[in-house]
Design a protein around this ligand. Structure first.
Ligand code: 6PG
Length: 628
């Protein structure tokens, strides 16, 4: 028994009839089963309510039982809401296949306007889209193709072929696979075979989770064959050359319209290059940031796909189902923009993450060593900060870290003070230089990790210079209050720094990034989710520069003096505070109507005849002076 569902104008009748013919079973149209009262209402142009629909759906539910007992049928029925589908589900779930014909509002509107003699009020179509609730168990088929192609896609999806593939069964790949399979996606997974190192990884994973009904492979062509075309293949392999190698192996096995999605932390410049190279083979490509670590991947990450919009529309139901949900229940996944824009914003996300982590590390060091506070006291203070508008995932994990003991001792004290990094922070800094954009807090967070990694040099220098660190303040309470305000100010600046660079990239690369929407998909699932991020969703509806929003002008204007005080006292007492100081310097530079760069220009012209512009002459003209 097959139900073909979807909003008006998706071609349920055409496709349903083709399918019924192909399968040699009868076709029925749900509209032919309305009780008399509904027909009267419909013919007088009145919309049906849920209670009008109830008896009709119950009639269909009974018919479905009979049709199934007689060898099956195809029924075309909009079945937009989950409760309608529940009423229709009168037979065991394994005997019922639901096919959802989906398309964008614009496409369907266009099609309806071309249908001869057919008029559908756009507001009715709009209300149908509003009523439409995702059907996770349905076979999803895009209507953006000919009826014959739609039929072929349905037939191949109804065979044993799977709907989605994942390559790379590392921690992220496995957890995303579990998340997808839990969302009823029929899945193939692949992991390479490396003798003695990576053997039967995919098969063992599948065997460990029998209920998920996943197919596992270590042969790439068998993996590709197991999927229904057009194929959707998510790469969860290490960023860099591994991505190029797997794309090279996959390309000859794929056909037109197949789609490769790179879900690793790839450099956006690589994504731009791969996007162009795959287009030559008619293979779609999407580069997507996925944030949230292991837990996010399993329970709901934040997803940032960039690349082909048509390809995104096709896989949107898969990605949006597995993504975290925002406060309004909307998926933390959105089409970001063309080319490598998805990976670009993930890179900036990580840059903001680096600086947010460093800020918390600086706050910790000032409290622990500068103020002599115990870890539990610090944890309690930070818990109080959570109630002051500073709540965030990173603040929460910092509190938990401050309470984690091993054999009665703080685990943190046993961890070597040399930070690692995998590249995204550094790439953000390189991008800032490429774009000519200031990136103070993020660049300084990267440099703080670099200096931390030079443990031997630091230890030797420490012996040469002796103890510079001194207790910070006798007035603990007032310093903690200033620290809280300074931390809040630095966070605002850090977010502004990252978003300003995205604005620059959006302009230079012509990506039309939507900053409110980017903030929205970062309100849950990702590492930098926070109360501030949630507020930014609305701030970016009013302005595209965070520091220009009146609410920010007010709060940062009030807090900046505390940041200056904290930075001043910290430096004078011998504590490095690179990101707190960087935020202060960025802020003062940003609000500086008259900078000292006139001196730089004079110096450049003095020794190199580089010329300068004058404030008392048109800016189109350049001047040079013989300085001696
Ligand atoms: C995330 C994280 C994740 C990872 C980064 C940072 O958004 O889930 O940012 O992508 O933690 O790779 O790693 P490094 O600190 O090692 O550069």
């Amino acid at each position: 028994m097959i139900i073909v569902m979807g909003v008006s104008g998706t071609g349920k009748t055409t496709v349903g009839q083709l399918l019924a013919k192909e399968m040699a079973i009868p076709f029925f149209d749900a509209d032919d089963f309305h009780p008399e009262s509904n027909i009267e209402k419909l013919s007088s142009g009145q919309p049906l309510t849920d209670s009008d629909r109830k008896p009709w759906l119950e009639i269909l539910g009974k018919e479905i039982k009979t049709w199934e007992a007689n060898g099956g049928a195809v029924l075309a029925c909009s079945a937009l809401k989950e409760k309608y589908r529940k009423t229709l589900s009168t037979i065991p779930i394994e005997q019922l296949t639901i096919i959802h014909l989906s398309g964008t509002f614009e496409l369907i509107k266009k099609r309806l306007s071309h249908r001869k003699g057919h008029f559908l009020d756009p507001s009715i179509l709009k209300s149908q889209f509003e009523d439409l609730e995702a059907c996770h168990s349905a076979i999803q088929v895009s209507i953006d193709q000919t009826p014959d192609k739609i039929l072929q896609e349905i037939l191949s999806k109804m065979s044993n072929k799977t709907a989605f593939g994942i390559i790379g069964m590392g921690v992220m790949g496995q957890n995303l696979a579990i998340n997808m399979a839990n969302n009823k996606v029929r899945l193939s997974v692949f992991n390479r075979h490396v003798a003695g190192k990576e053997e039967d990884i995919a098969k063992n994973f599948v065997a460990k989770h029998p209920a998920l009904n996943i197919q596992g492979f270590d042969d790439l062509s068998e993996f590709v064959d197991s999927m229904a075309p057009p194929r959707n293949i998510l790469l969860m392999v290490q960023a860099g050359t591994a991505v190029d190698s797997i794309i090279d192996e996959l390309t000859p096995l794929l056909g037109p319209d197949d789609l490769i999605i790179d879900g690793g932390n790839s450099n956006y410049l690589d994504t731009n290059r791969r996007d162009q190279a795959l287009a030559l083979h008619d293979i779609n490509f999407i580069g997507t940031g996925i944030s949230g670590g292991e837990e996010g991947a399993r329970k709901g990450p934040s997803i940032m796909p960039g690349g082909s919009r048509t390809a995104y529309n096709r896989i949107a139901p898969f990605l949006e189902n597995i993504a975290a949900k925002d406060a309004n229940g909307k998926a933390c996944c959105t089409y970001v923009g063309p080319e490598g824009s998805g990976h670009f914003i993930k890179m900036v996300h990580n840059g903001i993450e680096y600086a947010e982590m460093q800020l918390l590390a600086e706050v910790y060091e000032l409290m622990r060593n500068g103020l002599g506070m115990q870890p539990e006291e610090i944890a309690k203070t930070l818990e109080h900060w959570k109630t002051k508008g500073l709540d965030s995932y990173l603040l929460e994990i910092t509190i938990n870290i401050l309470r984690k003991e091993e054999n009665g001792e703080l685990l943190l004290d046993k961890i070597l003070d040399a930070a690692s990094q995998k590249g995204t922070g550094g790439w953000s800094t390189e991008a800032a230089i490429r774009l000519g954009s200031p990136l103070n807090t993020i660049a300084d967070a990267v440099m703080a990790r670099n200096i931390s990694a030079q443990k031997e040099t630091r230890t030797a220098a420490n012996e040469l210079y002796g103890q510079i660190k001194q207790p910070i303040s006798k007035d603990l309470d007032s310093f903690i209050q200033a620290l809280m305000e300074g931390y809040s100010a630095a966070r605002i600046v850090n977010h502004a720094v990252g978003f300003d660079m995205m604005k620059e990239a959006s302009t230079q690369y012509d990506w039309s990034l939507d900053f409110s929407e980017i903030s929205r998909i970062w309100t849950n699932g990702c590492i930098i989710r926070s109360e501030l991020m949630s507020a930014m969703v609305n701030f970016f509806k009013d302005t595209d520069r965070l520091l220009f929003h009146p609410a920010i002008v007010k709060s940062l204007g009030e807090q900046q003096a505390s940041l200056a005080q904290v930075v001043g006292q910290a430096l004078a007492s011998g504590y490095p505070v690179p990101v707190l100081a960087s935020a202060m310097n960025f802020f003062l530079g940003y609000v500086n109507g008259q900078s000292s760069a006139n001196m730089l220009q004079a110096q450049r012209d003095y020794f190199g005849a580089h010329t300068y512009k004058r404030v008392d002459q048109p800016l189109t003209e350049s001047f040079h002076t013989e300085w001696t």
